[in-house]
Design a protein around this ligand. Structure first.
Ligand code: URA
Length: 259
């Protein structure tokens, strides 16, 4: 049986031992460069903390699903996510960023999480990555009126750190509800975190990109999914832009078949 009582002393001992002197979320990232006696102390102190966090995350996931149950519009969903207290990323974010674009579109893009500009302005993909995404979309004749753009997470992780698995799990019901409301025929996943969060598999984006996959909604609708490089990666690695272009052409070709 899981002991879900929170032993505050154990939590503080664990944090002190770990050299933590500041908090900005519930994801703990530590390098355990200590001897085996210290490691034993760590794991003892950590046990009640981890079981508490696991229980809290499981409850938050359930609560997110329950809150979404009767939601039918993006506006209703936005209100629910803004009021949700099951993910501490909200505490460090300025805005809750839901989707941008056309909620009736047949094409949906899913990125990772808002960055600094998106967090400040409250709209998905408006910073440098978003500007590149807009140019890539324009190259295949699409603008934001013809697609819906959102993220796995509605809140920016502090300092743009990688999202923790528990954060993704807690926010996934909100994304899945957005997919159900928008009801697209095609989804393009931007980057490895996005595709692995929704479809799973844990593969690198260079292996996953360019291959058609499928996502099945809770209601049984099968949606065609393509993955490609995240625009932030393309800004850092412009040599890969030709592959991104090929993926967008693949998307356009498949969409044209449906017209
Ligand atoms: N990167 C993302 O994954 N999403 C955004 O909204 C902005 C940058």
């Amino acid at each position: 049986m899981i002991d879900n009582s929170l032993d505050i002393r154990a939590v503080l001992e664990f944090y002190t031992l770990s050299g933590v002197d500041e908090t900005c979320g519930d994801g703990v990232c530590l390098a355990l460069n200590v001897n085996s006696t210290k490691k034993e102390e760590f794991s003892k102190a950590l046990r009640p903390v981890m079981s508490h966090l696991a229980v809290a995350a499981t409850e938050a996931v359930k609560s997110a699903w329950d809150l979404c149950e009767n939601v039918t519009t993006i506006d209703e969903l936005k209100k629910i996510v803004e009021d949700f207290d099951g993910c501490t990323l909200k505490n460090t974010a300025t805005h809750t960023v839901i989707g941008d674009g056309n909620p009736q579109a047949k094409l949906m893009f899913i990125g990772e999480a808002p960055g600094a500009d998106e967090d400040r302005i409250g709209r998905a993909f408006v910073g440098r990555s978003g500007q590149l995404l807009d140019r890539m979309l324009a190259s295949i004749g699409i603008n934001r009126d013809k697609c819906y753009i959102c993220n796995i997470l509605p809140w920016r992780p502090p300092g743009n750190r990688a999202p923790a698995d528990a954060e993704i799990a807690v926010c996934l019901p909100f994304l899945k509800k957005q997919i159900e409301i928008v009801n697209p025929d095609f989804i393009f996943m931007l980057g490895a975190v996005a595709v692995n969060s929704l479809i799973g598999g844990g593969e690198s984006i260079s292996r996953l990109r360019g291959k058609w996959m499928e996502y099945e909604t809770e209601k049984g609708k099968k949606i065609k999914v393509l993955a490609g490089y995240h625009p932030a990666y393309l800004l850092r690695t412009p040599a890969q832009k030709s592959k991104a272009w090929a993926d967008f052409l693949r998307l356009k070709k498949e969409m044209n078949k449906n017209n």
